[in-house]
Design a binder for this molecule. Structure first.
Ligand SMILES: Cc1ncc(C[n+]2csc(CCOP(=O)(O)OP(=O)(O)O)c2C)c(N)n1
Ligand code: SF4
Ligand SMILES: [Mg+2]
Length: 331
């Protein structure tokens, strides 16, 4: 019988499930024996990108560690929606202690495992932007500085979502939150404040720093695999749209992530020992409005008086495009 070759065009980063791909090319999610580390039944909002990202991160990390993974979680939505007493949605051994200390708990676990000669058991710490950039920063910085053998993952939804959408130092300028209302001459979060955690991580010159979004889950997966292939301190920063806090439709989380990358607002990068090594180029440059307009937290930007703030967003995107050469072409 003759066979016909049918080209399968959705490959690489464009294929999510990939069940038609060769075994080697498939994502962790498309394997029948996938770990399903974050099981169904948790209480995340519909469209929560934090839940989606955490599931991919954890499944990949569990797979890469041959099932030998211990997880420390900071307080925040991810912890609260996954572990409503007396239930837990986590399959790997998982510990929550307090808001500020996921990195310190993970460091302790890693040291204890090392002292017992169990270097094959891997350790992952995770938390939201508040738990990472604000209250947990000292513990995270200490973990980096000591080069502890931990992969730290920050799910950045740009605010304290679990407690009612307050501003964090990862909240972007002009975003409306419960503590930065859209009133006054400069509505929303103040301009000129805030921190870039990937840059802070790079400044520690740790072995691996990367950023990712849920718009490209294969890229997220490959970054977790890369991180898991390295020992020492590693940091992964994932942008995770929050429909509730951002005032966006539950169906928009992937599109917003994509718009953040394609407009230059969020740079998808990799760095080793403090040096930038990979940059994901923009496929088709999108206007910043594609990212901002669907979000109610930026509604005031599209009313009279919002022009300056909108212009600042354009400048921010341009600055990122230049800094990371997101359009390519810089020799
Ligand atoms: C010491 C301390 N202060 C405040 C809180 C209250 N609290 C719990 S979760 C949270 C916000 C978490 O924000 P983030 O880390 O960004 O995670 P998200 O919920 O946004 O995913 C706050 C303020 C706490 N649990 N402990
Ligand atoms: S509030 Fe936001 S981060 Fe929290 S569960 Fe809902 S969508 Fe996810
Ligand atoms: Mg947050």
């Amino acid at each position: 019988m003759s066979t016909v070759h049918i080209p399968f065009l959705q490959t690489g980063t464009l294929a999510v499930g990939g069940r038609l791909l060769r075994e080697d090319d498939r994502s962790v999610q498309s394997h029948a024996d996938r770990p399903s580390s974050l099981t169904r039944g948790h209480r995340a909002c519909q469209g929560c990108a934090e839940a989606l990202a955490a599931r991919w991160v954890m499944d990949t990390a569990v797979d890469a560690a041959d099932g030998k993974l211990i997880v420390a979680n900071a307080t925040g939505c991810l912890e609260v929606f996954s572990t409503l007493y007396p239930e837990s949605a986590w399959k790997p051994p998982w510990i929550h202690s307090v808001f500020a200390n996921a990195a310190a708990v993970a460091t302790g676990i890693a040291s204890s495992l090392h002292a017992q000669g169990k270097d094959d058991v891997r350790v992952l710490a995770q938390g939201g932007d508040g738990g990472t950039v604000d209250i947990g920063l000292a513990a995270v910085s200490g973990m980096f500085e000591r080069n502890d053998d931990v992969l730290y993952v920050c799910y950045d939804n740009q605010g304290y979502m679990n407690t009612g959408v307050q501003r964090s130092s990862a909240t972007p300028a002009s975003a409306r939150t419960a503590t930065t209302p859209a009133v006054g001459h400069q509505p929303g979060a103040p301009v000129g404040q805030g921190k870039s955690m990937p840059k802070i991580a790079m400044a520690h010159e740790i072995p691996y720093v990367a950023t990712a979004t849920v718009a490209d889950l294969r890229d997220l997966e490959s970054k977790v695999r890369t991180a898991m292939s390295i020992h020492g301190a590693r940091y992964l920063h994932v942008l995770v749209p929050c429909p509730l806090g951002w005032g966006a439709s539950s169906a928009e989380s992937i599109a917003l992530s994509r718009a953040a990358v394609q407009s230059g607002i969020f740079a998808v990068i990799e760095a080793r020992a403090g040096e930038l090594t990979e940059v994901q180029r923009i496929r088709e440059l999108a206007p910043v409005e594609d990212y901002l307009r669907p979000q109610q937290r930026f509604a005031h930007l599209f009313k009279p008086g919002g022009e300056d703030a909108l212009d600042r967003w354009r400048q921010l995107a341009q600055a990122n495009i230049r800094r990371y050469d997101l359009l390519g072409g810089t020799p």
